[in-house]
Ligand binder design. Structure first.
Ligand SMILES: [Cu+2]
Length: 216
């Protein structure tokens, strides 16, 4: 009994003696090597419409959050039990199969370490109407891409309130034509044929959008 107690004390003493100084040698040390620390999946929480396809990506990051190169490719899968709205190939190709949601997981193993990243995809039916907000002080259409069924319509709502006008100018204008410089109010256009109809605000470089029209 006594011997055990002495041995325990001795061991504790040895541990405390070893536990101290980290031995800072001083001088400039080389940066620590990059260590595979986390995985980032993109795009985050994609909103899809039925029959959309999407390519996911996954980026390995080091202990400082910097992207790492030269690692194996990540593999992708739909998380079991998370829903069946999408199918996911091993390389991250996503197909929106049915309305609802599902989780997509990326996984990457390097140097014996595995990290995963998960995001949730949502799939909606193809709508017959869509709304675009034309930003007030800003220079963007939100969302910049809308998807509707053939014969569906899109309404642009202008929120500038008299300060900065915007317009909606198509490459191929729909019936009713382009929407001229506007600061307040809303305008609607109907799209009877399938296709991708791109437009811009000619007052602001880079202020662009698209209407994607599909047969349901
Ligand atoms: Cu504009």
């Amino acid at each position: 009994m006594c011997n055990v107690r002495l041995a325990t004390l001795a061991l504790a003493g040895m541990l405390s003696a070893c536990g101290g100084g980290g031995g800072d040698g001083g001088g400039t040390q080389p940066p620590p090597p990059a260590v595979f620390t986390s995985l980032a999946i993109a795009p985050a929480n994609p909103d899809l419409v039925l029959r959309d396809t999407l390519q996911m990506s996954a980026t390995p990051r080091d202990q400082n959050g910097a992207a790492m190169t030269g690692l194996p490719l990540a593999t992708f899968e739909r998380v079991a039990g998370s829903g069946t709205a999408v199918s996911v190939s091993g390389t991250g190709r996503v197909i929106a199969d049915q309305t609802g949601s599902a989780q997509i997981r990326a996984s990457l193993t390097s140097g014996g370490t595995t990290h995963t990243a998960t995001t949730s995809a949502t799939v909606a039916a193809l709508g017959t109407t869509a709304d675009v907000v034309v930003s007030g002080g800003g220079t963007s259409f939100s969302p910049d891409t809308v998807k509707i069924a053939v014969n569906g319509s899109v309404t642009w709502t202008f929120t500038s309130g008299g300060s900065s006008p915007h317009n909606v100018t198509f490459g191929t204008p729909p019936a009713g034509g382009n929407i001229g410089n506007t600061t307040t109010g809303a305008a609607t256009r109907t799209f009877p044929t399938a296709g991708r109809f791109t437009y811009q605000c000619t007052l602001h470089a880079g202020m662009t959008g698209a209407v994607v029209v599909r047969t349901p």
